[in-house]
Design a protein around this ligand. Structure first.
Ligand code: AP5
Length: 218
């Protein structure tokens, strides 16, 4: 199972990726969590990207590709992954495809979560108030949503043309979104001739890295 989760900030990519990864017994890799971990740890990459994260700007492609390479390769060897937050642009999608295609590890399915702007803002402001995540403020949320909107149509077209794209209304109760996603994924995998069996759920395998999110939100 190799799956990409695409959707605007607050659409539930991270939440659903965790649950879907647990269901299939694969790893959840989040580009945002990896970047926030670098910032929290004060690495050279963290110092470079801190401003982008604070402002809600996209981090340069080469940095994102660089931090994702090892976790994605390792997860591929261990049976697969759900990648949340990557790609953000068609340029990133094409770059990833160029790396994966010769290795036969390209992603075949992308899951696209949607929700209305007012609901997205409500969720993110609520999370900001609860966790203090530094980009969950009104001004930065609005900027993040605008950035997403600029790439949304080309990204959807890209995946609809090249891979199987599953679009899901994320503005419903959490469990309902998860079960719709799993039904859609099983159907898509059957159509693509991908094996349907999956590893038994293992506790603690839901995330590719051991992240205590509370420490990386600030
Ligand atoms: P990232 O961490 O990926 O943030 P994001 O895309 O803005 O997404 P969020 O984490 O805010 O939302 P989500 O869709 O994951 O929803 P979640 O499940 O958390 O990226 C952060 C930054 O890193 C970017 O701005 C950029 O600077 C950089 N970056 C990352 N990847 C990059 C890339 N590829 N290229 C360049 N730069 C990159 O849910 C949100 C809230 O809603 C939660 O409180 C949750 O409990 C709630 N919720 C979820 N589902 C439901 C539901 N169904 N009903 C009610 N509430 C719900």
């Amino acid at each position: 199972m190799r799956l990409l989760m695409i959707g605007p900030p607050g659409s539930g990519k991270g939440t659903q990726a965790t649950l879907i990864a647990q269901h299939y017994g694969v790893e959840h890799i989040s580009s945002g969590d990896l970047l926030r971990r670098h910032v929290a740890d004060g690495t050279a990459i963290g110092r470079t990207v801190a401003g982008c994260l604070r402002r809600g700007d996209l981090v340069p492609d080469h940095i994102v590709m660089d931090i994702l390479r090892k976790p994605v390769e390792a997860a591929t060897r261990r049976g697969g992954y759900i990648l949340d937050g990557f790609p953000r642009t068609v340029a990133q999608a094409e770059a990833a495809y160029r790396v994966a295609e010769p290795l036969g590890t390209e992603v075949r399915i992308a899951l696209y979560l949607t929700a209305g702007r007012a609901e997205l803002i409500r969720r993110l402001l609520a999370r900001g108030a609860q966790t203090g995540r530094s980009d969950d403020t009104e001004h930065v949320i609005s900027h993040r949503l605008d950035i997403f909107d600029q790439s949304a149509v080309p990204m959807r077209d890209y995946y609809a043309r090249r891979e199987t794209l599953i679009s899901i209304d994320g503005d419903r109760p959490l469990a309902e979104v998860t079960s719709t996603a799993i039904t859609g994924l099983d159907r898509a995998r059957q159509q693509l001739g991908l094996p349907l069996h999956h590893a038994p759920v293992q506790r603690g395998v839901g995330r590719g890295i051991d992240v205590d999110r509370a420490t990386i939100y600030r």
